[in-house]
Design a protein around this ligand. Structure first.
Ligand code: IPE
Ligand code: IPE
Ligand code: MG
Length: 244
């Protein structure tokens, strides 16, 4: 098991928060913050690919975000839709393979179609896996996994005693991505907001007050440098003490 965070994280996950506050500070409507946030996402994808990060998972829309005012929800759905239509060529150039991680069933037909298209068109890219957590909630993800395992047990395909952590992980939206090494949250809130509850078990957390639209290459590098200074212990004693 990797102990020292001595190499660039293989998987970085980002809670892209603070678009609304970014707009508010400029006396602009919230939606303009979201639009600016898409530019930040493009920047982060390019940086991750160039920096040798294998997997980038971004929290784009949570299951709880449906509770926002309808105009904001509609704007966010439309923004994602357009961003992916416009950016597919760019993603191909970056060598990024897109995967939507989230509940597809409850999305409208056209939004579902755009994700399928984005996944198909970029399927052969290998430089970076871009997981987009869209209509994603950690509890919903775990509930779905448990339901699928229960159904398998009822069909007699697996016995409950045989179910391992690995079985459960295989039923998560993020499978087969590894667990994130580093989770970055912009906007300063020190919480997970239902993001990757299972997968975050041993992730290093990095919170910055920088608002998502202002999170540029320099800020991304700061997070990586902070990560590189950490000692990952995974419940064991410090490597230094073990040598003594
Ligand atoms: C994050 O920015 C984007 C989404 C949740 C879709 P917010 O819209 O939450 O911005 P703040 O937290 O209100 O500033
Ligand atoms: C988390 O941000 C969700 C996304 C970034 C998509 P929120 O703004 O929804 O989280 P809370 O409400 O501050 O916990
Ligand atoms: Mg927020």
């Amino acid at each position: 098991m990797k102990r020292e965070a001595s190499s660039v994280p293989a998987h970085v996950a980002i809670i892209m928060d603070g678009n609304g506050r970014w707009a508010k500070r400029r006396a602009l409507p919230r939606y303009l913050g979201h639009r600016e946030g898409v530019k930040g996402l493009k920047r982060a994808v390019r940086y991750a690919a160039n920096r040798g990060i294998g997997t980038l998972t971004v929290y784009a829309f949570s299951t709880e975000n449906w509770n926002r005012p309808k105009e904001e929800v509609d704007f966010l759905l439309d923004l994602m839709y357009k961003a992916f239509v416009q950016e597919i060529e760019e993603l191909k150039r970056e060598g990024a393979r897109v995967r939507m991680v989230g509940d597809r069933e409850s999305l409208s037909e056209d939004i579902r179609a755009i994700w399928i298209k984005a996944e198909e068109v970029t399927a052969d890219n290998r430089r970076l896996t871009l997981n987009v957590a869209f209509n994603y909630g950690g509890r919903a993800e775990l509930t779905r996994a448990v339901r699928e395992l229960a159904a398998q047990a009822l069909r007699g395909e697996i016995s409950p005693e045989e179910i391992t952590q690995d079985h459960l992980a295989r039923h998560l939206f993020t499978w087969p991505s590894p667990d994130p090494d580093l989770i970055i949250r912009t906007g300063g809130e020190k919480r997970l907001s239902n993001f990757l509850l299972w997968q975050a078990a041993y992730s290093e957390l990095y919170v910055t007050d920088v608002l998502w639209p202002d999170f540029d290459e320099e800020e991304f590098e700061k997070a990586i440098q902070d990560y590189l200074k950490r000692e990952r212990r995974f419940g064991q004693v410090s490597a230094k003490e073990q040598k003594e």
